[in-house]
Unconditional design. Sequence first.
Length: 142
Amino acid sequence: MGESSKRAGGCACGAVRYETVGDPVRISVCHCKDCQLRSGSAFGIGCYFPREAVAIGEGATRKYERVSDAGRHVSIHFCENCGTSVYWLPEVLPNAIGVAAGTFDNTDWLDPKLHIWSKSAQKWFHFPSDAKVLRESNIGQR
């Protein structure tokens, strides 16, 4: 895709829109209980970009602050109209923004290989054979 790639996305009702430039520095499937609650599913998929690579355009978001399983603060921004979690600002990565993978208009390019907080994964979930699986998360540690 490269640095010139641009992608757009937004919430379910279309009120909140954003655009990203370049490729994410990390895509991870998070199995923590908080991501299960945030997504209403078995896990959440986050695409992490440098903050300057994401432009939030139309629509107003509301913010929910929580403390992650690792004890770090996360500000989740969701559409005040439809409730879709669109992006979050993780304390552990102060220069990054996490974008909910399912909110991109086109998700064909997604190919997450990293699974974190696997200790909280649903018992019925089977990790892909080519996945890197971490019991917890090393996000923010390079």
